[in-house]
Design a protein around this ligand. Sequence first.
Ligand SMILES: [Fe+2]
Length: 428
Amino acid sequence: MKELKLILTVLLLLSVTTIADDYVRPQPRKTLHLPWHSKSSSYPQQVHISFAGDKHMRVTWITDDTSAPSVVEYGTLPGKYGSVAEGETTSYSYLFYSSGKIHHTVIGPLEPNSVYFYRCGGEGPEFELKTPPSQFPITFAVAGDLGQTGWTKSTLDHIDRCKYDVNLIPGDLSYADYIQHRWDSFGRLVQPLASARPWMVTQGNHEVEHIPLIKDGFISYNSRWKMPFEESGSSSNLYYSFEVAGAHIIMLGSYADYDEYSEQYTWLKTDLSKVDRKRTPWLLVLFHVPWYNSNTAHQGEGGDMMQTMEPLLYAANVDLVFAGHVHAYERSKRVYNGRLDPCGAVHITIGDGGNKEGLAHKYITPQPKWSDFREASFGHGELKIVNSTHAFWSWHRNDDDEPVKSDDIWINSLVSSGCVDQKRTEIP
Ligand SMILES: [Fe+2]
């Protein structure tokens, strides 16, 4: 009887799961142990950079010493710092944990497509960053639901090997899950990449960390991962936008209010109305919970947000939407309101960065018409926007320790396909 049950379970699993070729998916890997051996209490750690308005970059780092200075010295030659900027600091406590001093210092104006050398707090190692180009081509790395396991390391190694300008993260970063020192170990894990290229993030459910009556949500996330919300006219770090080369990129908050009376909804309408497709022919949006998802995991969770906000994105001719949350990869055809639409967005779910929770293997059958490719494997994506009309998207599966390109497609911009001119330009 037991054997019969087992066989039936296996058959059932096979019937609802899409398996690509004969690929054998690897098991989840353990959480990494990243101890911190402080060189001095003012030694900069967990360094990462992010955009902070036109031609400016925010440098963030943490020191154990609460009196360490928030200065960044920088220049275009190693060891020679012709410029210096001073920033702001914050810190927070969470139950029995007290954070170090979190420094946020904005540097610039910076030249595009240039290498800068910099040092934080007047001591420690020299870091090197490269600013993005001011025009096409530009390459984005994309990976969600990272965590800090052996698979995260594998994903980061692969991203590091690709020539990218900006890293986009659609939520779920550290998987600290209330254990605050895990935010510190995540900061140490990502520093080699995040100190060299801007990391632009939005929040996932693992960033909330709300304890009713005791702790508000997003305390750690907002303190550590300050994004350019003020620079983009938003009143919340949970949603903002920025422009780079010829792309306008909007980061939305799946865990901020999004109904039509919410601040986020109002801000989104205003931000979309400012988009100039002559200056930024490509329009991208990221958030955590996918609207188009044919995996059984988190099925329908994004429905309310989609109902409220998809008409805004459609009217604004959004080209591409990236989400995470589901620990797998899926790419849609151009779609709107559940139906194929040549003027709708391509939706990509890429919540497969390598977190401790493992992969989401079960898919709904038959595969919906809008779903073009789906697979439950760890990996990352690369979006190379070549010019105002063409972009090349590729998804790279972590096949053991090798990045293997498993899905790729040329995407035409909606500007080039005439949708922008066809549709009503005003936002409803
Ligand atoms: Fe999530």
